[in-house]
Design a protein around this ligand. Structure first.
Ligand code: ZN
Length: 191
């Protein structure tokens, strides 16, 4: 990221308020606005405040935070619009359909028979190829992250563990979903 890139980025201008937008959510790390050319009703763009060219460039904590906020926004859209599903994705690279210079997570409420065409055409691959791919990926993950495949627990053991494990306390403050819903339904933004 260069300073020049940030200065010219239209989404940085939306985030700073230089360009007006229909903002529905904001915290210290990210902003969500209504897409002005929505794929469906309530299509949201969730963006980090700091300029990153794409999701994979962001620090892991920020990716995790955007994941959390995506969930809140999705919940709110389902409640408000009676959406029956949500598509959440981030395009990384032009070949994936990215046409914005700024990292964006699309949150697209889905409705029966809507016009958003995100169905993937699938292909058939031999099991042998999948097996080779799996090996290569496992090796790569091990090398890059120190990740090793965990062995599945026996059912009994898993059940025992489930009983003694206390539910994790939710320490992170959640925003008031109703207030997000109200903002979404207002559709006025603050820009
Ligand atoms: Zn930007």
């Amino acid at each position: 990221m260069s300073a020049a890139e940030t200065q010219q980025c239209i989404f940085c201008k939306i985030i700073s308020g230089e360009i007006p937008s229909f903002k529905v959510y904001e915290d210290d790390k990210c902003v969500a606005v209504l897409d002005i050319n929505p794929a469906t009703k309530g299509h949201l763009l969730l963006m980090p405040k700091q300029h990153y060219a794409y999701l994979a460039e962001m620090p892991e904590e920020l990716v995790a935070h955007l994941g959390q906020v995506s969930k809140w926004l999705a919940h709110s859209a389902i409640k408000l619009f009676s959406a029956t599903g949500i598509s959440i994705f981030s395009a990384i690279g032009a070949v994936a359909g990215q046409n914005a210079p700024h990292a964006i997570i699309h949150i697209i409420p889905r409705y029966e028979g809507d016009a958003a065409d995100l169905m993937l055409k699938r292909t058939k691959v031999a099991a042998e190829s999948l097996s080779k791919l799996k090996e290569a990926l496992a090796q790569s993950l091990k090398k890059e992250l120190g990740y090793t495949e965990s062995k599945p627990q026996k059912e009994e053991e898993a059940q025992k563990q489930e009983k003694v494990e206390k539910p994790k306390e939710e320490t992170e403050a959640k925003p008031d979903l109703d207030s997000i819903t109200a903002l979404l339904s207002g559709g006025e933004g603050d820009g």
